[in-house]
Design a protein around this ligand. Structure first.
Ligand code: NAI
Ligand code: MG
Length: 358
C-alpha cells in the first residue's frame, strides 16, 4: 500500500466543479487498490487574488513543494480581466510552472472509438482511433531566449527573439521522451527544423546521442512543417512526438484539436524528480460555470496520468481510463461531446458518478 500527498488547486469557473469529480475518482481508486491519497486544497488564480491579493500565494507554493503531485482545475474569468498582466489569474499558471521547475509538458491526443464522429478529420483517416503523446519542452527556446528591439538607420524599428537550446536542456527532454516511449509503443518522432536552424541541428545531434541508451525505441526525425501536415494527413503514424517549446506549443494544439473535444484532454507537466502538475488543457469556461454542464473527463484523465507518471501506478491509471471508455461506449455524453442523436446527455456530477461506478 502506497501513501501519496496530492495538492489540489481547484481554481476558478468550472475548475472546482471538475475537480470535485476528480477527487471522488481519487478516493474511489484509493479504496479499491488500497492506496492512501492525502489531499490538501490550495488557492491559485482568481480565487487566490480575491483572498490574498496574489494569483500564486506563497502558501500555495509551500503546499505544492511538500506534495508528491499537484492537481489543478483551471483559472481565470471575466471578473479579473481588467487586472494588469502580472496580477492576472493566468500569471499564477506561469508562476507555478516556473517555481516547480516543470520543463516538460505531456499532452496526449486520443480519439476514442466511441467519439470518432467528433473529429474534424474524415472518418477513414481516424477509423482505427488516434493515440498520440506530444512531449513539449517547456522552459527553454524562443519563449525564454534573449529578445529586444533596436532602432535601425533607415528601416524603422527591428525586433528579435532568440531560439537557444543547450545540450543539457535537449538531453533532459529527450530522455524524458524516450522514457515515455518505453512506457508506450517504443516509437519516437523528434520534430525540428534542422534543414534551416542551427539550434535544431544541435537538437537532432543530442537526440541521436541519447537514443543510444534506448536501443529498443524506434527513433525518427521530421521537419516541423511536414509534421504539421502529417498530423492531419495521417495522424495514426505518430506515437510519441518530442519537440521544442515553440514547435510544441503549435503542434500540441493542432494534435489536440484533431480529437475535436477540449473537454476530454488531460495534460502533465513534469520536472526534476517525481513532482508533476496535472491539469485539463481547457480553461475555466465562464460561459458554463455553475451549471453542472462541464465535462469532467479531461480532469479525471489528468488523474490517470498522475497515477502513471508521478506514482508509477500503471494499473490504477489504466483502470481510470478504461472506466472512462466504458461509460463512453455505453453512450453517455456531456453536452460538449454530444451529437444531435445522443440520447444520454448527462451533467458533470452524473458523468463523474458513472465513471466511478465503472
Ligand atoms: P476555455 O477552455 O475556458 O473555453 C473554451 C470553450 O470550451 C468554451 O465554450 C467552454 O464552455 C468550452 N469548454 C472548456 N472546457 C470545457 C469542459 N470541461 N466541458 C465543456 N465545455 C468546455 O477557454 P477560454 O474561453 O478562452 O478562456 C476562459 C478563461 O479561462 C479565460 O480567463 C482564460 O484566460 C482561462 N484559461 C485558463 C486556462 C488554464 O487554467 N489552464 C487555459 C485556458 C484558458
Ligand atoms: Mg498554445
Amino acid at each position: 500500500m502506497g501513501k501519496y500527498n496530492i495538492a489540489v488547486l481547484p481554481g476558478d469557473g468550472i475548475g472546482p466543479e471538475v475537480i470535485e469529480q476528480a477527487i471522488k475518482v481519487i478516493e474511489a481508486v484509493g479504496e479499491k487498490y488500497n492506496h492512501s491519497f492525502e489531499l490538501k486544497e490550495g488557492l491559485l488564480g482568481g480565487c487566490a487574488i480575491d483572498s490574498t491579493g496574489e494569483p500564486f500565494p506563497k502558501e500555495t507554493l509551500e503546499l505544492c513543494k511538500s506534495s508528491d503531485a499537484v492537481l489543478l482545475g483551471a483559472v481565470g474569468g471575466p471578473k479579473w480581466d481588467n487586472l494588469p498582466g502580472d496580477k492576472r489569474p493566468e500569471a499564477g499558471l506561469l508562476g507555478i510552472r516556473g517555481a516547480l521547475g516543470l520543463y516538460a509538458n505531456l499532452r496526449p491526443a486520443v480519439i476514442y472509438q466511441a467519439l470518432k464522429g467528433a473529429s474534424p478529420l474524415r472518418s477513414d483517416i481516424v477509423k482505427d482511433g488516434i493515440d498520440i503523446m506530444v512531449v513539449r519542452e517547456l522552459t527553454g527556446g524562443m519563449y525564454f531566449g534573449e529578445r529586444g528591439r533596436v532602432q535601425t538607420e533607415n528601416m524603422g524599428q527591428a525586433a528579435f527573439d532568440t531560439e537557444k537550446y543547450s545540450e543539457f536542456e535537449i538531453e533532459r527532454i529527450a530522455r524524458l521522451a524516450f522514457e515515455t516511449a518505453m512506457k508506450r509503443n517504443k516509437k519516437l518522432m523528434s520534430v525540428d527544423k534542422a534543414n534551416v536552424l542551427e539550434s535544431s541541428r544541435l537538437w537532432r545531434e543530442v537526440v541521436i546521442r541519447v537514443s543510444k541508451d534506448y536501443p529498443e525505441v524506434e527513433l525518427n526525425h521530421m521537419y516541423v512543417d511536414n509534421a504539421a501536415m502529417q498530423l492531419v494527413r495521417n495522424p495514426a503514424q505518430f506515437d510519441v512526438i518530442v519537440t521544442s517549446n515553440m514547435f510544441g506549443d503549435i503542434l500540441s494544439d493542432e494534435a489536440s484539436m484533431i480529437t475535436g473535444s477540449i473537454g476530454m484532454l488531460p495534460s502533465a507537466s513534469l520536472g526534476e524528480g517525481s513532482l508533476g502538475l496535472y491539469e485539463p488543457i481547457h480553461g475555466s469556461a465562464p460561459d458554463i460555470a455553475g451549471q453542472d454542464k462541464a465535462n469532467p473527463i479531461a480532469t479525471i484523465l489528468s488523474v490517470a496520468m498522475m497515477m502513471k507518471y508521478s506514482f508509477g501506478l500503471g494499473e490504477v491509471s489504466d483502470a481510470i481510463e478504461n472506466a472512462v471508455i466504458s461509460v463512453l461506449d455505453m453512450g453517455y455524453r456531456t453536452a460538449d461531446i454530444a451529437s444531435a442523436d445522443t440520447a444520454n446527455v448527462v451533467g458533470t456530477k452524473e458523468m463523474g458518478r458513472l465513471i466511478i461506478s465503472k
